[in-house]
Design a protein around this ligand. Structure first.
Ligand code: ADP
Length: 480
Protein backbone atom coordinates (compact mmCIF):
# COMPACT_ATOMS: atom_id res chain seq x y z
CA UNK A 1 0.00 0.00 0.00
CA UNK A 2 1.41 3.40 -0.93
CA UNK A 3 2.44 5.84 1.80
CA UNK A 4 0.00 8.34 0.35
CA UNK A 5 -2.94 5.94 0.75
CA UNK A 6 -1.77 4.82 4.17
CA UNK A 7 -1.52 8.43 5.39
CA UNK A 8 -5.00 9.19 4.04
CA UNK A 9 -6.47 6.08 5.67
CA UNK A 10 -4.93 6.87 9.05
CA UNK A 11 -6.06 10.42 8.89
CA UNK A 12 -9.61 9.51 7.74
CA UNK A 13 -10.04 6.82 10.40
CA UNK A 14 -8.98 9.27 13.08
CA UNK A 15 -11.31 11.92 11.71
CA UNK A 16 -14.22 9.40 11.49
CA UNK A 17 -13.73 8.45 15.15
CA UNK A 18 -13.60 12.09 16.14
CA UNK A 19 -16.71 12.99 14.15
CA UNK A 20 -18.62 9.99 15.57
CA UNK A 21 -17.67 11.06 19.08
CA UNK A 22 -18.77 14.64 18.45
CA UNK A 23 -22.07 13.46 16.87
CA UNK A 24 -22.84 11.09 19.77
CA UNK A 25 -22.08 13.84 22.29
CA UNK A 26 -24.18 16.38 20.43
CA UNK A 27 -27.15 13.97 20.19
CA UNK A 28 -26.88 13.10 23.89
CA UNK A 29 -26.82 16.80 24.82
CA UNK A 30 -29.83 17.65 22.61
CA UNK A 31 -31.72 14.62 23.94
CA UNK A 32 -30.99 15.64 27.55
CA UNK A 33 -32.05 19.21 26.91
CA UNK A 34 -35.30 18.15 25.15
CA UNK A 35 -36.13 15.78 28.00
CA UNK A 36 -35.45 18.54 30.54
CA UNK A 37 -37.95 20.81 28.69
CA UNK A 38 -40.59 18.05 28.69
CA UNK A 39 -39.93 17.34 32.38
CA UNK A 40 -40.35 21.03 33.24
CA UNK A 41 -43.55 21.24 31.25
CA UNK A 42 -45.22 18.17 32.79
CA UNK A 43 -44.02 19.01 36.28
CA UNK A 44 -45.51 22.50 36.03
CA UNK A 45 -48.80 21.10 34.77
CA UNK A 46 -48.84 18.26 37.34
CA UNK A 47 -48.23 20.71 40.16
CA UNK A 48 -51.07 22.93 38.89
CA UNK A 49 -53.47 19.98 38.86
CA UNK A 50 -52.38 18.83 42.30
CA UNK A 51 -52.95 22.30 43.77
CA UNK A 52 -56.38 22.55 42.08
CA UNK A 53 -57.27 19.24 43.71
CA UNK A 54 -55.84 20.24 47.10
CA UNK A 55 -57.84 23.48 47.07
CA UNK A 56 -61.16 22.03 45.86
CA UNK A 57 -61.13 18.43 47.01
CA UNK A 58 -63.63 19.00 49.76
CA UNK A 59 -66.08 21.09 47.74
CA UNK A 60 -66.51 19.47 44.30
CA UNK A 61 -66.04 16.17 42.45
CA UNK A 62 -62.69 15.75 40.70
CA UNK A 63 -64.13 15.53 37.20
CA UNK A 64 -65.82 18.90 37.46
CA UNK A 65 -62.72 20.44 39.02
CA UNK A 66 -60.32 19.28 36.33
CA UNK A 67 -62.36 18.34 33.27
CA UNK A 68 -62.74 21.62 31.38
CA UNK A 69 -59.22 22.96 32.13
CA UNK A 70 -57.45 19.72 31.29
CA UNK A 71 -59.32 18.85 28.14
CA UNK A 72 -59.07 22.37 26.76
CA UNK A 73 -55.39 23.07 27.32
CA UNK A 74 -53.55 19.71 27.64
CA UNK A 75 -54.89 17.66 24.75
CA UNK A 76 -54.00 15.99 22.57
CA UNK A 77 -50.50 14.82 23.63
CA UNK A 78 -50.72 15.33 27.40
CA UNK A 79 -52.63 12.81 29.50
CA UNK A 80 -53.83 13.18 33.07
CA UNK A 81 -54.74 10.42 35.52
CA UNK A 82 -55.65 10.73 39.18
CA UNK A 83 -55.61 7.69 41.41
CA UNK A 84 -56.93 6.96 44.88
CA UNK A 85 -54.68 5.57 47.55
CA UNK A 86 -55.88 2.08 46.65
CA UNK A 87 -54.56 2.74 43.09
CA UNK A 88 -57.95 2.88 41.50
CA UNK A 89 -58.59 5.53 38.86
CA UNK A 90 -60.40 8.57 40.27
CA UNK A 91 -60.10 10.68 37.12
CA UNK A 92 -58.66 10.41 33.62
CA UNK A 93 -58.52 12.97 30.85
CA UNK A 94 -60.85 12.27 27.91
CA UNK A 95 -57.89 11.74 25.46
CA UNK A 96 -56.98 8.64 27.45
CA UNK A 97 -60.39 7.08 26.56
CA UNK A 98 -60.32 3.78 28.43
CA UNK A 99 -56.51 3.47 28.60
CA UNK A 100 -54.40 3.85 31.71
CA UNK A 101 -51.08 5.46 32.50
CA UNK A 102 -49.38 2.52 34.24
CA UNK A 103 -47.94 3.30 37.69
CA UNK A 104 -45.15 0.85 38.56
CA UNK A 105 -44.83 -0.23 42.19
CA UNK A 106 -41.64 1.66 43.06
CA UNK A 107 -43.17 4.96 41.87
CA UNK A 108 -46.44 4.17 43.68
CA UNK A 109 -44.53 3.55 46.92
CA UNK A 110 -42.57 6.78 46.44
CA UNK A 111 -45.79 8.74 46.01
CA UNK A 112 -47.27 7.18 49.15
CA UNK A 113 -44.16 8.38 50.98
CA UNK A 114 -44.93 11.93 49.77
CA UNK A 115 -42.26 12.14 47.04
CA UNK A 116 -42.67 13.05 43.38
CA UNK A 117 -40.66 12.00 40.34
CA UNK A 118 -40.44 11.09 36.66
CA UNK A 119 -40.34 7.90 34.65
CA UNK A 120 -40.58 6.85 31.04
CA UNK A 121 -42.89 4.30 29.54
CA UNK A 122 -43.25 2.57 26.28
CA UNK A 123 -46.58 3.86 25.19
CA UNK A 124 -48.20 3.26 21.82
CA UNK A 125 -44.89 2.00 20.42
CA UNK A 126 -42.65 3.25 18.97
CA UNK A 127 -43.40 6.47 20.87
CA UNK A 128 -42.41 6.83 24.49
CA UNK A 129 -44.37 8.50 27.22
CA UNK A 130 -42.72 10.71 29.83
CA UNK A 131 -44.63 10.64 33.11
CA UNK A 132 -44.58 12.90 36.16
CA UNK A 133 -46.24 11.71 39.37
CA UNK A 134 -46.84 13.38 42.69
CA UNK A 135 -49.01 12.87 45.72
CA UNK A 136 -52.08 15.05 46.44
CA UNK A 137 -52.27 16.31 50.02
CA UNK A 138 -55.30 17.31 52.01
CA UNK A 139 -55.37 18.30 55.63
CA UNK A 140 -51.90 16.89 56.18
CA UNK A 141 -52.73 13.48 54.62
CA UNK A 142 -52.11 12.05 51.19
CA UNK A 143 -55.41 11.50 49.49
CA UNK A 144 -54.38 10.53 45.97
CA UNK A 145 -51.72 10.48 43.24
CA UNK A 146 -51.60 12.65 40.11
CA UNK A 147 -49.92 11.16 37.00
CA UNK A 148 -49.36 13.38 34.02
CA UNK A 149 -47.81 11.94 30.89
CA UNK A 150 -46.69 13.43 27.61
CA UNK A 151 -45.93 11.51 24.44
CA UNK A 152 -42.47 12.17 23.06
CA UNK A 153 -43.62 11.79 19.44
CA UNK A 154 -42.48 15.23 18.27
CA UNK A 155 -39.20 15.21 20.18
CA UNK A 156 -38.32 11.73 19.04
CA UNK A 157 -39.09 12.62 15.43
CA UNK A 158 -36.82 15.68 15.72
CA UNK A 159 -34.07 13.60 17.28
CA UNK A 160 -34.38 10.97 14.55
CA UNK A 161 -34.13 13.64 11.85
CA UNK A 162 -31.18 15.22 13.62
CA UNK A 163 -29.43 11.83 13.79
CA UNK A 164 -29.92 11.22 10.08
CA UNK A 165 -28.78 14.74 9.19
CA UNK A 166 -25.74 14.48 11.44
CA UNK A 167 -24.84 11.16 9.83
CA UNK A 168 -24.92 12.63 6.33
CA UNK A 169 -23.07 15.80 7.35
CA UNK A 170 -20.33 13.73 8.99
CA UNK A 171 -20.14 11.36 6.02
CA UNK A 172 -19.84 14.31 3.60
CA UNK A 173 -17.20 16.00 5.81
CA UNK A 174 -15.27 12.75 6.01
CA UNK A 175 -15.38 12.19 2.26
CA UNK A 176 -14.26 15.77 1.64
CA UNK A 177 -11.46 15.55 4.22
CA UNK A 178 -10.27 12.21 2.82
CA UNK A 179 -10.24 13.64 -0.72
CA UNK A 180 -8.38 16.81 0.31
CA UNK A 181 -6.07 14.75 2.55
CA UNK A 182 -5.24 12.40 -0.33
CA UNK A 183 -4.48 15.37 -2.58
CA UNK A 184 -2.37 17.11 0.11
CA UNK A 185 -0.42 13.92 0.82
CA UNK A 186 0.24 13.71 -2.91
CA UNK A 187 1.52 17.31 -2.98
CA UNK A 188 3.68 16.73 0.11
CA UNK A 189 5.14 13.50 -1.24
CA UNK A 190 5.74 14.77 -4.78
CA UNK A 191 9.35 15.88 -4.03
CA UNK A 192 10.06 12.37 -2.77
CA UNK A 193 8.67 10.93 -6.00
CA UNK A 194 10.90 13.34 -7.92
CA UNK A 195 13.89 12.24 -5.84
CA UNK A 196 13.07 8.59 -6.58
CA UNK A 197 12.72 9.34 -10.28
CA UNK A 198 16.06 11.18 -10.30
CA UNK A 199 17.77 8.34 -8.42
CA UNK A 200 16.33 5.86 -10.95
CA UNK A 201 17.47 8.00 -13.85
CA UNK A 202 20.98 8.20 -12.38
CA UNK A 203 21.03 4.43 -11.91
CA UNK A 204 19.96 3.88 -15.51
CA UNK A 205 22.05 6.55 -17.23
CA UNK A 206 24.98 6.85 -14.80
CA UNK A 207 24.69 10.66 -14.94
CA UNK A 208 25.88 11.75 -11.52
CA UNK A 209 25.56 15.43 -12.42
CA UNK A 210 21.76 15.26 -12.08
CA UNK A 211 20.19 16.87 -8.98
CA UNK A 212 16.70 16.77 -7.49
CA UNK A 213 15.12 20.22 -7.84
CA UNK A 214 14.43 21.81 -4.45
CA UNK A 215 13.64 25.41 -3.61
CA UNK A 216 16.05 27.11 -1.21
CA UNK A 217 13.09 28.37 0.83
CA UNK A 218 12.10 24.81 1.66
CA UNK A 219 13.28 24.39 5.26
CA UNK A 220 11.19 21.36 6.25
CA UNK A 221 12.09 17.66 6.62
CA UNK A 222 11.59 16.94 2.93
CA UNK A 223 13.77 19.92 1.98
CA UNK A 224 16.47 18.59 4.34
CA UNK A 225 16.15 15.08 2.87
CA UNK A 226 16.51 16.33 -0.70
CA UNK A 227 19.42 18.63 0.16
CA UNK A 228 21.18 15.71 1.86
CA UNK A 229 20.45 13.51 -1.15
CA UNK A 230 21.86 16.17 -3.48
CA UNK A 231 24.93 16.62 -1.28
CA UNK A 232 25.45 12.87 -1.36
CA UNK A 233 25.21 12.95 -5.16
CA UNK A 234 27.75 15.78 -5.33
CA UNK A 235 30.10 13.83 -3.08
CA UNK A 236 29.64 10.67 -5.16
CA UNK A 237 30.25 12.62 -8.34
CA UNK A 238 33.42 14.11 -6.87
CA UNK A 239 34.67 10.70 -5.72
CA UNK A 240 33.80 9.15 -9.05
CA UNK A 241 35.61 11.88 -10.97
CA UNK A 242 38.60 11.67 -8.68
CA UNK A 243 38.69 7.92 -9.22
CA UNK A 244 38.52 8.43 -12.98
CA UNK A 245 41.31 11.01 -12.88
CA UNK A 246 43.32 8.69 -10.68
CA UNK A 247 43.00 5.78 -13.13
CA UNK A 248 43.94 8.12 -16.00
CA UNK A 249 46.98 9.35 -14.08
CA UNK A 250 48.11 5.82 -13.27
CA UNK A 251 47.86 4.75 -16.92
CA UNK A 252 49.76 7.83 -17.98
CA UNK A 253 52.47 7.40 -15.35
CA UNK A 254 53.00 3.77 -16.30
CA UNK A 255 52.88 4.32 -20.04
CA UNK A 256 55.74 6.85 -20.08
CA UNK A 257 58.42 4.58 -18.57
CA UNK A 258 57.10 1.60 -20.49
CA UNK A 259 57.44 3.50 -23.76
CA UNK A 260 61.01 4.42 -22.83
CA UNK A 261 61.85 0.81 -21.94
CA UNK A 262 60.27 -0.59 -25.11
CA UNK A 263 61.98 2.06 -27.27
CA UNK A 264 65.38 1.22 -25.79
CA UNK A 265 64.90 -2.56 -26.07
CA UNK A 266 63.85 -2.25 -29.74
CA UNK A 267 66.96 -0.22 -30.44
CA UNK A 268 69.14 -2.67 -28.53
CA UNK A 269 67.70 -5.64 -30.43
CA UNK A 270 68.26 -4.01 -33.79
CA UNK A 271 71.52 -2.23 -33.16
CA UNK A 272 74.20 -4.91 -33.09
CA UNK A 273 76.71 -2.25 -34.21
CA UNK A 274 76.00 0.20 -31.40
CA UNK A 275 79.03 1.48 -29.51
CA UNK A 276 79.31 -0.14 -26.05
CA UNK A 277 78.96 3.23 -24.25
CA UNK A 278 75.64 3.88 -25.96
CA UNK A 279 74.40 0.36 -25.16
CA UNK A 280 75.37 0.92 -21.51
CA UNK A 281 73.43 4.25 -21.49
CA UNK A 282 70.38 2.51 -22.89
CA UNK A 283 70.57 -0.25 -20.32
CA UNK A 284 70.95 2.39 -17.58
CA UNK A 285 67.85 4.14 -18.87
CA UNK A 286 65.91 0.88 -18.95
CA UNK A 287 66.96 0.19 -15.38
CA UNK A 288 66.07 3.70 -14.21
CA UNK A 289 62.62 3.52 -15.84
CA UNK A 290 62.00 0.06 -14.39
CA UNK A 291 62.96 1.35 -10.95
CA UNK A 292 60.67 4.31 -11.40
CA UNK A 293 57.85 1.90 -12.26
CA UNK A 294 58.63 -0.26 -9.26
CA UNK A 295 58.57 2.77 -6.95
CA UNK A 296 55.34 3.95 -8.49
CA UNK A 297 53.69 0.55 -8.12
CA UNK A 298 54.94 0.19 -4.53
CA UNK A 299 53.52 3.62 -3.68
CA UNK A 300 50.23 2.83 -5.39
CA UNK A 301 49.96 -0.46 -3.56
CA UNK A 302 50.58 1.26 -0.25
CA UNK A 303 47.92 3.89 -0.97
CA UNK A 304 45.48 1.18 -2.06
CA UNK A 305 46.12 -0.65 1.21
CA UNK A 306 45.68 2.62 3.07
CA UNK A 307 42.35 3.14 1.28
CA UNK A 308 41.31 -0.34 2.37
CA UNK A 309 42.03 0.61 6.00
CA UNK A 310 45.52 -0.86 6.42
CA UNK A 311 46.19 -1.24 10.12
CA UNK A 312 49.24 0.60 11.42
CA UNK A 313 51.52 -0.85 14.06
CA UNK A 314 51.57 0.91 17.39
CA UNK A 315 54.97 0.37 18.87
CA UNK A 316 57.19 2.75 20.72
CA UNK A 317 59.29 4.62 18.19
CA UNK A 318 62.16 6.90 19.18
CA UNK A 319 61.92 9.77 16.76
CA UNK A 320 65.40 11.10 17.52
CA UNK A 321 66.94 7.74 16.51
CA UNK A 322 64.74 7.50 13.43
CA UNK A 323 65.55 11.04 12.30
CA UNK A 324 69.25 10.40 12.85
CA UNK A 325 68.99 7.31 10.59
CA UNK A 326 67.19 9.22 7.86
CA UNK A 327 69.77 11.98 8.15
CA UNK A 328 72.65 9.53 7.78
CA UNK A 329 71.12 7.92 4.69
CA UNK A 330 70.33 11.29 3.15
CA UNK A 331 73.89 12.53 3.51
CA UNK A 332 74.95 10.30 0.65
CA UNK A 333 72.24 11.63 -1.67
CA UNK A 334 72.55 15.25 -0.59
CA UNK A 335 75.73 15.87 -2.55
CA UNK A 336 77.10 19.33 -1.96
CA UNK A 337 73.97 20.57 -0.24
CA UNK A 338 74.50 21.64 3.34
CA UNK A 339 72.50 19.04 5.31
CA UNK A 340 72.23 19.55 9.06
CA UNK A 341 70.25 18.05 11.93
CA UNK A 342 69.17 19.72 15.18
CA UNK A 343 67.62 17.97 18.16
CA UNK A 344 66.35 20.90 20.20
CA UNK A 345 64.24 19.82 23.15
CA UNK A 346 64.06 18.75 25.89
CA UNK A 347 67.74 17.73 25.67
CA UNK A 348 69.78 16.57 22.70
CA UNK A 349 70.10 12.98 23.90
CA UNK A 350 66.73 12.46 25.54
CA UNK A 351 64.49 10.07 23.56
CA UNK A 352 61.36 11.51 21.97
CA UNK A 353 58.93 8.60 21.86
CA UNK A 354 55.73 8.27 19.86
CA UNK A 355 53.45 5.27 19.34
CA UNK A 356 53.52 4.12 15.78
CA UNK A 357 54.95 2.21 12.90
CA UNK A 358 58.68 2.86 12.53
CA UNK A 359 58.79 1.77 8.87
CA UNK A 360 55.94 4.04 7.84
CA UNK A 361 57.31 6.98 9.80
CA UNK A 362 60.72 6.43 8.24
CA UNK A 363 59.11 6.35 4.80
CA UNK A 364 57.33 9.66 5.47
CA UNK A 365 60.57 11.33 6.61
CA UNK A 366 62.52 9.90 3.67
CA UNK A 367 59.88 11.26 1.26
CA UNK A 368 60.17 14.74 2.80
CA UNK A 369 63.95 14.70 2.78
CA UNK A 370 64.08 13.34 -0.77
CA UNK A 371 61.79 16.13 -1.90
CA UNK A 372 63.96 18.67 -0.13
CA UNK A 373 67.04 17.31 -1.93
CA UNK A 374 65.22 17.11 -5.26
CA UNK A 375 63.92 20.67 -5.17
CA UNK A 376 67.02 22.36 -3.68
CA UNK A 377 69.99 23.35 -5.85
CA UNK A 378 73.38 21.78 -5.02
CA UNK A 379 74.49 24.97 -3.24
CA UNK A 380 71.44 25.14 -0.97
CA UNK A 381 70.91 23.98 2.59
CA UNK A 382 68.57 21.48 4.19
CA UNK A 383 67.84 21.39 7.92
CA UNK A 384 66.20 18.58 9.85
CA UNK A 385 65.04 19.36 13.37
CA UNK A 386 63.20 17.69 16.20
CA UNK A 387 61.63 19.37 19.22
CA UNK A 388 58.81 18.96 21.71
CA UNK A 389 56.19 21.66 21.56
CA UNK A 390 52.82 21.79 23.28
CA UNK A 391 53.12 18.14 24.37
CA UNK A 392 53.79 17.00 20.82
CA UNK A 393 56.87 15.98 18.90
CA UNK A 394 57.56 18.25 15.96
CA UNK A 395 59.83 17.26 13.09
CA UNK A 396 60.65 19.98 10.60
CA UNK A 397 62.30 19.51 7.22
CA UNK A 398 63.24 22.86 5.72
CA UNK A 399 65.16 23.69 2.63
CA UNK A 400 66.40 26.75 0.78
CA UNK A 401 65.21 25.36 -2.54
CA UNK A 402 62.88 26.52 -5.26
CA UNK A 403 59.83 26.79 -3.01
CA UNK A 404 56.20 26.21 -3.98
CA UNK A 405 53.93 28.73 -5.68
CA UNK A 406 50.92 29.79 -3.53
CA UNK A 407 48.50 28.41 -6.16
CA UNK A 408 50.16 24.97 -5.92
CA UNK A 409 50.30 24.83 -2.12
CA UNK A 410 46.69 23.65 -1.56
CA UNK A 411 47.21 20.75 -3.99
CA UNK A 412 50.65 19.32 -3.22
CA UNK A 413 49.17 16.58 -1.00
CA UNK A 414 46.81 15.42 -3.79
CA UNK A 415 47.70 12.18 -5.51
CA UNK A 416 49.69 12.65 -8.71
CA UNK A 417 49.92 16.40 -8.21
CA UNK A 418 53.20 17.89 -9.36
CA UNK A 419 53.85 21.60 -9.45
CA UNK A 420 56.35 21.37 -12.27
CA UNK A 421 55.32 18.29 -14.21
CA UNK A 422 58.12 18.10 -16.74
CA UNK A 423 60.91 18.55 -14.23
CA UNK A 424 59.79 16.20 -11.52
CA UNK A 425 58.91 13.52 -14.05
CA UNK A 426 62.52 13.68 -15.24
CA UNK A 427 63.65 13.40 -11.60
CA UNK A 428 61.52 10.33 -11.03
CA UNK A 429 58.74 11.82 -8.87
CA UNK A 430 55.18 10.73 -9.65
CA UNK A 431 53.38 13.07 -7.27
CA UNK A 432 52.51 10.37 -4.70
CA UNK A 433 55.22 11.10 -2.10
CA UNK A 434 53.34 13.76 -0.13
CA UNK A 435 50.03 11.81 -0.29
CA UNK A 436 51.83 8.98 1.48
CA UNK A 437 53.36 11.38 4.02
CA UNK A 438 49.96 12.84 4.78
CA UNK A 439 48.37 9.42 5.22
CA UNK A 440 51.16 8.23 7.55
CA UNK A 441 50.93 11.39 9.67
CA UNK A 442 47.15 11.21 9.97
CA UNK A 443 47.27 7.48 10.74
CA UNK A 444 49.45 8.50 13.71
CA UNK A 445 46.90 11.14 14.85
CA UNK A 446 49.30 13.83 13.75
CA UNK A 447 49.22 16.92 11.58
CA UNK A 448 51.32 18.16 8.72
CA UNK A 449 51.79 21.77 7.69
CA UNK A 450 53.84 23.47 5.04
CA UNK A 451 55.22 26.98 4.65
CA UNK A 452 56.84 27.93 1.42
CA UNK A 453 57.97 30.92 -0.60
CA UNK A 454 58.74 30.67 -4.25
CA UNK A 455 62.49 30.97 -4.78
CA UNK A 456 63.26 31.00 -1.04
CA UNK A 457 62.53 27.51 0.20
CA UNK A 458 59.99 25.37 2.01
CA UNK A 459 59.44 24.00 5.51
CA UNK A 460 57.36 20.90 6.16
CA UNK A 461 56.36 20.36 9.81
CA UNK A 462 54.98 17.13 11.18
CA UNK A 463 53.47 17.07 14.64
CA UNK A 464 52.81 13.76 16.36
CA UNK A 465 51.37 13.09 19.82
CA UNK A 466 53.96 11.81 22.30
CA UNK A 467 53.65 8.18 23.41
CA UNK A 468 51.91 8.89 26.71
CA UNK A 469 49.39 11.15 24.96
CA UNK A 470 48.62 9.03 21.90
CA UNK A 471 45.00 7.79 21.78
CA UNK A 472 44.17 4.07 21.77
CA UNK A 473 44.86 2.29 18.49
CA UNK A 474 42.17 2.22 15.82
CA UNK A 475 41.91 2.26 12.03
CA UNK A 476 42.50 5.64 10.46
CA UNK A 477 41.16 6.65 7.06
CA UNK A 478 43.86 7.67 4.59
CA UNK A 479 43.81 11.13 2.99
CA UNK A 480 42.17 11.24 -0.40
P1 ADP B 1 56.89 14.19 -6.29
O1 ADP B 1 57.08 12.75 -6.46
O2 ADP B 1 56.58 14.88 -7.59
O3 ADP B 1 57.94 14.87 -5.51
P2 ADP B 1 55.25 14.76 -4.03
O4 ADP B 1 53.88 14.33 -3.68
O5 ADP B 1 56.34 14.35 -3.11
O6 ADP B 1 55.54 14.29 -5.48
O7 ADP B 1 55.23 16.30 -4.13
C1 ADP B 1 54.24 16.96 -4.88
C2 ADP B 1 54.76 18.26 -5.45
O8 ADP B 1 55.02 19.17 -4.40
C3 ADP B 1 56.04 18.13 -6.16
O9 ADP B 1 55.86 17.79 -7.50
C4 ADP B 1 56.65 19.50 -6.03
O10 ADP B 1 56.18 20.34 -7.05
C5 ADP B 1 56.12 19.99 -4.71
N1 ADP B 1 57.10 19.86 -3.63
C6 ADP B 1 57.16 18.89 -2.69
N2 ADP B 1 58.19 19.10 -1.84
C7 ADP B 1 58.79 20.23 -2.23
C8 ADP B 1 59.94 20.99 -1.77
N3 ADP B 1 60.60 20.62 -0.70
N4 ADP B 1 60.27 22.13 -2.45
C9 ADP B 1 59.55 22.50 -3.52
N5 ADP B 1 58.49 21.84 -4.01
C10 ADP B 1 58.12 20.72 -3.38
Amino acid sequence: MSLRLRLTLWYSTLLALLLALIAILALALVRASVLADVNNDIQRKGDQIASLLEMGAASAPIASLLGPAVDASFAPETYVLVRNLDRRVAYRSTNLANRLIPLPNPQFDQALQGRNGFYSLSFQRPNDLRVYFRPVHFGGDIIGIVQIGRTLTTEQAILRRLTINLFWICAAALALAAGVGYWLAGVALRPIQQATATALEITRTGRLDRRVPVSRARQDEIGALISTFNEMLARLQELFERQRRFSGDISHELRTPLTAILGNTTLLKRGAALPPAERADMLDEIEAEAQHMRRLITDLLLLAQADAGLAIQHERVELNVLLQDVYRQAQRRAGDRNLSIVHEEPAPNLPVVVLGDADRLRQALVNLVENAIRYTPPTGRIDLSLRIIGGQAEIAVSDSGQGIAPEDLPHIFDRFYRADKARTRADGGAGLGLSIVQWVVEAHWGEIAVESRLGEGSTFRIRLPLAERAPAAGPVAPPA
